[in-house]
Design a protein around this ligand. Sequence first.
Ligand code: NAP
Ligand code: GDD
Length: 326
Amino acid sequence: MNDRRTALITGITGQDGSYLAELLLSKGYRVVGMTRRTSTDVHERIGHLGDQIEIVSGDLLDQSSMTKIVEDIKPDEIYNLAAQSFVPTSWAQPVLTGEFTGLGVTRVLEAIRATRRPIRFYQASSSEMFGKVQDVPQTEHTAFYPRSPYGVAKVYGHWITVNYRESYDMYAVSGLLFNHESARRGREFVTRKISDGVARIKHGLARELRLGNLDARRDWGFAGDYVRAMWLMLQAQTPDDYVIATGRTHSVREFCRLAFAVADLDYERYVVEDPKFVRPAEVDLLIGDPAKAKRVLGWEPVTSFEDLVERMVRCDLARLQPLARV
Ligand code: NAP
Ligand code: GDD
């Protein structure tokens, strides 16, 4: 009898998808990733996994593709990571963001319901749902007050997950994950924009780095630590929702100071505040309380903020070294 477990990951080409695929492979899973069709190759983050993973084509906008994939693959666990995940884009494309990041969750849940199999489901919820925070730090009991169409869509995704758990007795959980970063982070997000910017300036490829609100504060962790929490949530005896965070908060300015210092540079000489990157509504302060995850799942972050910043900058310095002009 083959007792190898099968996991289906939507959004496998993203930052978290790539780390989660590595983790599940290391635990002996059969890993299947769902990707949408594109005319260009977007498999940069999972290319190194080669034929260790299977790829199937589907789209969270399309119910029939979701239902067929779940029926064919027969996963034991589904991790729904796919989303339009960049907050500023959600003001430019609010309807698409709602369709994909919000309603897309219902499509996966409906696909699971149609198979009548005991599939465990993880929904990638977000600290962005806390928005204009109602408590500091934020816990599983903090009321949501989203400040972007993305945050609003994620609130829908969270509650539909809870609703299917309660309505159909499904093992469906929502991970309230705070910002998590890595050298695989998309370059539009602020941490990677900074590490990439530092490397460009150090190598003579840029003269300045233009950013928005330097006083915004985030609870930043390492993506590799956070995918472990996703897996743990699906191994628990009972389905429940968890805040995953470090419990420490830092400003964008602090991130800049540390990141430029890794390359022996003073951020004040290079960082320019540009209103173009300021958002219509801002989330000023995020800080999560991960006590429940520690108590119930035994989860704790391993990587410190300082190590994370240093690792990201060193990776970008090495990546851009071949192009260096100085
Ligand atoms: P990411 O790097 O932006 O990856 C997003 C994934 O979703 C990619 O595989 C992307 O596929 C897919 N995707 C995006 N828009 C899509 C669309 N319109 N149709 C089909 N697929 C689409 O995000 P991440 O940082 O790994 O985050 C994973 C999940 O966790 C997301 O749901 C995000 O909202 C949530 N989350 C992230 C954080 C964080 O700090 N990273 C915190 C809380 C929650 P393509 O390659 O085809 O674009
Ligand atoms: N992207 C970006 N670019 N952000 C900037 C900039 C800039 O030039 N300058 C300042 N910031 C500030 C933003 O205003 C925000 O307050 C903070 O940096 C973090 O922005 P992002 O890195 O874009 O992340 P985010 O917090 O909006 O969203 C990320 O984390 C969420 C969890 O809280 C994404 O990964 C979401 O998908 C995720 O749900």
